[in-house]
Structures are given as C-alpha cells and as structure tokens.
Design a protein around this ligand. Sequence first.
Ligand code: ADP
Ligand code: ZN
Length: 514
Amino acid sequence: MEESRLLNTLKEYFGYESFRPLQEKIIASVFEGRDNLVIMPTGGGKSICFQLPALLLPEITLVISPLIALMKDQVDGLTANGIPAAFLNSSQTENQQQDIFKRIEKRELKLLYVAPESLQVIDRFLSNGKVSLIAIDEAHCISSWGHDFRPAYTQLGYLKKRFPETPVIALTATADKATRQDICNQLNIPNAEKHIASFDRKNLSLEVRPGIKRFEQIEKFITPRKNESGIIYCLSRKTTEELASKLKAKGHIVEAYHAGLPHDTRIQIQDDFINDHSKIICATIAFGMGIDKSNIRWVIHYNMPKNMEGYYQEIGRAGRDGLASDTLLFHSYADVVQLQKFASNAGNSEVQLAKLDRMKQYSESLTCRRKILLNYFGELKQEDCGNCDICRNPPKFFDGTIIAQKALSCIYRLKEQEPLTTVIDVLRGAQNEAVFSKNHQSLKTYGIGKETSWQHWQNYLIQLINLGYIEIAFHRHNNLQLTEIARNVLFNGEKVQVAKVPDRKAILKNTEEA
Ligand code: ADP
Ligand code: ZN
C-alpha cells in the first residue's frame, strides 16, 4: 500500500494530518498480511490501526469488542465519518440482527463489531470465508493473567483456525510480559509482530503519601486548584458519597458517581463534568470509561487501586491535553488488607494477589516511581524522571552493590525457584521447614546476609525488583527470577545504589505537620 494513499485516507475519513508514532508501521504490517499485537496506552490511537485498513481492504473487518456500550459509540463515530459499520450483540432484536446479516451478504459493510459471545451467531453468515481482517480489541481480556479476564474471550483462538489466511490484529492498553505472551498463544498467533508504544506520560506528576488525615490533605491539595477539574477515586460507593458531601459542605462544586446510581443520573453527572458545570467527581472506578475530557488537571486515589493496570488507566485520565497535571495516591495499611481480602476471594486469586503486591511495592518504593510504573509495562528506563515525589525529595542512598550481589546470587543459586520469603530465609540462614525441606542450607549463599534484619532484606529485595533486576513470576508461585540486567551486577561489576530503609515514624510525623 502506498504511503500517500494511507495518508490521504487518514485525512479524508478521519480528519487527521499525520500518523501518530507506530500507527503507520502497524498499518503497513497489516497490509502485508501479518498478525500483530499492539500495546498502546489508552488514548494512544489504537482504533486507526484497524479502522483505516478496514476501509481499504476488499472484504469485511471483524472487530471483537467486549463492551456493548462502547461498541455503539465507535460505530456511530465511524458512520458519521462515512464509513459503513455496524455492530452485533445480544442487546439487539432478531429483526435488527437480520438487517445486519443482509448488509453483510450484500458486502455493504466495512467493519462489523461483535461481542465475543455473539461469535457463533455470525459464523454461519461468514461461510464464504471472506474476512479481510480480524481485530481483537481489549485483547488482555483473554488472559487470566490479565486484570480483566472474560471467559467468552477464551474461544477467540478459534478465529485463526477458521480463517487461517486472515491477518489478526490484537490490541490492548494493558499487558505485562506474561499477559502478552498468553494473548498470542491463546489467539493462535505465536509469530505476531509486537508493537509496544511508550507508556510514559511525562506531563503527569506522581506522588504517594501515607493515608492519614486524608480529608485534610485533600482540602489542602484542591484549594489552590479551585478552577481545575479533577477526579477522586474511592474504593466504595459509600466513600464517594461521604467525601462528596463533606467537600460540598466546604463550598466545592463536586458530585459523587458510582454504578449504583440511576442511568440518567450518571449520564447527567458525566455531562456536567465534561462541560465544566461541576469541577470534581468523587467516583468509583466505574467512572471514566469512554470519557474523553482533555483538561482534567488532577487525579487523587483516596484508596489504593487493586493493580498497576487500573492505577495507570485512572491517572491517565488526567492531562490528555499534554499540559502538566498532578496525581496523588494515598497509601494505607488498612486499604492493603482490605484489597488482599478481595483478591484472595477472587476466582484467580493467586494472580490478583501478586498484582496487588506490585501495586503495594509501587506505593512503598524509594526509587523513582515512574521507572517502576514503566518497568511494569515492560519499558526498562535507566533515567530518573524528575517529576515524582521520590525524584523531588529523594531518600538517602548508599552503595548497595554487595547487598545486591548477595541477593541476586542467592536467587541464582536457588535456580530462580523460590519466592521472596524463602530467598530471605536462605540469605539469613533461617532454620525452618522452607529451608530444610529442600536442603537449601547446603547452598553457598546460605546465611550470607544474616547481619541484616528480615524487614531490611524485604525492603532491599523490593528495591531490586523495582529497579528491574528481579522479576516476580506471577504464574509460578511468585518465585523471584533474575532479569537480563541482573547479569551486569553478578558478572560485570555494575554498581547498585540502594536507599536507606526509612524510619516509618518520621514519615508519618512529617506528613502530619505538612
Ligand atoms: P485508544 O483506542 O488507543 O484508546 P483511540 O483510537 O480512541 O485510542 O484514539 C484516541 C484519540 O486520539 C482519539 O480522540 C482519536 O481521535 C485521536 N487520534 C488517533 N489517531 C490520531 C492521529 N493520527 N492524529 C490525531 N489524533 C489521533
Ligand atoms: Zn521519578
């Protein structure tokens, strides 16, 4: 496909002057008939990657999408741009569906959005086998390692078998390494070309504070930001309402939003916020999906989110216009305990707990938070960001190379097959079941860290995870594994700076005074 033709189509149908990073490369790969996996943050511009090819390809493009509400929005948008598109899902009547089938037969449609549950229904209408492209949106839903598993997605691997010649493009905003591979395996596209956009949103400042006297802290935070729009995310519906009424009493223009409110009320609250009639929304995570407001200046997490994916998505609603925006997360032990309870009751509790653990480590970090956030999404950054609380007010560091060498070589000797607790036990020369049952006391590294306390080791190991030297294997008993860059420390004499373990009492005292 000629470049000029692509660009002209982009201008004519979508009204954009140029492609965003990666879009053009992805589209070219689709035209070459390859399978593709696209990882791009929300708002990055994933839709163009399949909508534009769909327009130019001879036959229909199938788009699998899990959210019926967003499906309609997308189809409306396409239709308004003069692109023939329709959707098919269980909310439609038999007649409506028959209409669409007729349009498929007449080859009128360029895009067909389908809920994964409705796949069987359309299968027989595609019996001529003519599908130009299969797009799988929100592809992380296929993976139980992901944070938003949907059982209906697991049958999508069938598509590649049914249409072996048709290229598949899988798209998601959130997928850690394990999830990425799982997506490709399950979709039967093992050789998909992977396109990973940067997740770095430099204009968002990051800050974590202990969750004490939260209301006072919030008031201080928003008072100098009176005319700015912001969202306060809370864990429970009750908290959204209580917080909103307390803020109202102090003269702020604020609404509570959660899934328990009537549909019309929710639409009204959204519209008021988008049109700047209200400034602050106290919301559960139900708020924000599909909301395209560019000038949200701040996001506060009253409670800790249950995983990094959610956190990233929620803070990502701030600063879409690229201007400086602030984010603030409150971290409290009580929240962690509650979230742990939720996670352990979930279907895939092991994964959920491990993900929560990463969130906890992020909030407890002593190193640049953006590095941790980006490392989580597979972007290994060496430079500190300068726009997080840690960068602005750094903890004290010392040469921790020996500590790192001890820890990493211990993991190495354990063949990367033990979780954090056992690694610490071996370092400290503990005499317990975890050690003796596997004869770890015979290892060279047994007891090499006994002068350091358990809590300090835990802190240092978390730092090494956050620095990207160690990975947690979620799906293998949370065992600690070494990353590529760990070799530099073990074999090439790389120095590691480690932060002093902070004195908790001092942190709390400072914040209370601040
Ligand atoms: P995603 O699906 O990755 O969340 P969208 O495809 O919805 O993102 O695009 C996000 C926003 O960026 C939309 O408002 C879209 O109109 C805009 N957009 C996408 N591609 C371009 C482009 N090449 N130039 C300008 N705006 C774009
Ligand atoms: Zn930083």
